[in-house]
Write a protein that binds this ligand. Structure first.
Ligand SMILES: Cc1ncc(C[n+]2csc(CCOP(=O)(O)OP(=O)(O)O)c2C)c(N)n1
Ligand code: SF4
Ligand SMILES: [Mg+2]
Length: 351
């Protein structure tokens, strides 16, 4: 048996959201990950975010690669569409699905091995093409599933459980996402649900490529002194740029924002990201400044978390390709294949 189904029994008076679902309706099977694994906390944050967003589960497509992290879509959104791809290939399969049906909300779940090692090229092209999705990397600095080898995001100088020092430079997926043109870029920590839930909500309502790198400690292979991805290390070195509140377009904005410390970012779909900044001069809409800020703090050994960059008016691959507003999978045969006469006309126009 590779999974454990959850009992269907539930309390009849569980709170429902606006579309009539309880939190339990956003759960999946019982997790088989190690007790204390950061990935389970991220699954809980995804469940909370989707419930609060009033998303109907059948409107979500969750895709992943291979790894403990990529197993997690089995543990949330059990009534959503799902595809567990080959190692590192989630972004291209998701891109294809998105092009065929633009009406779904795409959630890509991956690991640091899956996205920064074997899937690095796939990650890069999904970001630069602006595929509309929430792309979450559950980053523990190791290949958890294959028993703790250093991954490409392990920091230079960090130590393995057996005391070996990593000499390679790390791949920083946040810096890459910023450089490659992602329009929503964040870093968070699995132990910080208060920060992670609104970040996921913002990503799922974003109009382009949204990327969240979530430091997610592997308690079995990378939670010891000398690791820079352990619970203790991240708690001690976490430097949050802001506190984020997610306000849906239906919610009334009651709290008056104190001037100077609050940046309101309204996204295309009307949702509002309210950022209570901890650094008065931090501008989350300035890509180059975000990069410089992050690198300066990283050099001091700090792990910068929060919403680092957002382009509220972002567009996606469909806009770039000028595709039809109707999902391709809903078009009838004559529209998809208009016949020899149309092809001859196109060929003629190219002569
Ligand atoms: C093509 C291919 N190469 C290698 C593997 C072996 N493999 C399975 S999971 C994994 C790494 C997973 O690491 P990560 O994405 O960080 O996930 P984690 O388990 O740490 O959450 C590797 C190398 C594989 N399954 N397929
Ligand atoms: S091996 Fe590590 S990543 Fe995998 S389930 Fe256990 S704690 Fe999580
Ligand atoms: Mg990993």
């Amino acid at each position: 048996m590779t999974y454990i189904a959850k009992p269907q029994l539930r309390h009849p008076s569980l709170e429902k959201n606006r579309v009539g679902y309880t939190r339990r309706d956003y759960e999946g099977k019982i997790s088989t990950l190690c007790a204390g694994c950061g990935h389970d906390s991220i699954s809980a944050a995804i469940i909370q975010a989707c419930w609060e967003l009033d998303i109907e589960p059948h409107r979500v497509a969750k895709l992943s690669g291979i790894g403990c992290s990529s197993k997690t879509p089995d543990y949330f959104l059990g009534a959503s569409h799902g595809f567990n791809t080959v190692h590192g290939r989630m972004p291209s399969v998701l891109t294809g699905a998105n092009l065929a049906n633009r009406d779904l909300l795409y959630l890509g779940v991956s690991g640091d091995g899956d996205s920064a090692s074997i899937g690095l090229g796939q990650f890069a092209h999904a970001m630069r093409r602006g595929v509309r999705m929430a792309y979450i990397v559950e980053n523990n600095g190791v290949y958890g599933l294959t028993k703790g080898q250093f991954s490409a995001t392990a920091d230079s100088g960090s130590k393995s459980k057996k005391g070996v020092t990593n000499s390679d430079s790390p791949v920083d997926l946040v810096a890459m996402a910023l450089q490659l043109g992602a329009t929503y870029v964040a870093r968070s920590f699995s132990g910080s649900k208060e920060q992670l839930v609104p970040l996921i909500k913002g990503a799922m309502t974003h109009g382009g490529a949204a990327f969240i790198d979530v430091i997610s400690p592997c308690v079995a292979f990378n939670n010891h002194p000398g690791s820079t991805k352990s619970y203790d290390y991240i708690r001690e070195h976490n430097e949050s740029v802001s506190r984020i509140d997610f306000i849906s377009k239906r919610d009334e904005i009651t709290a008056q924002a104190p001037p100077g410390q609050v940046v309101d970012v309204r996204q295309h779909d009307g949702t509002l990201l309210r950022l209570r900044t901890r650094h008065a001069d931090y501008d989350p809409t300035d890509r180059a400044a975000a990069m410089a800020f992050m690198q300066a703090h990283q050099a001091r050994g700090e792990v910068v978390t929060g919403l680092l960059y957002v382009d509220p008016l972002a567009t996606d691959l469909h806009t770039a390709l000028n595709t039809t507003a109707r999902p391709l999978n809903a078009l009838e045969a004559p529209s998809l294949c208009p016949g020899a006469a149309v092809l001859a006309k196109i060929n003629h126009s190219l002569r």
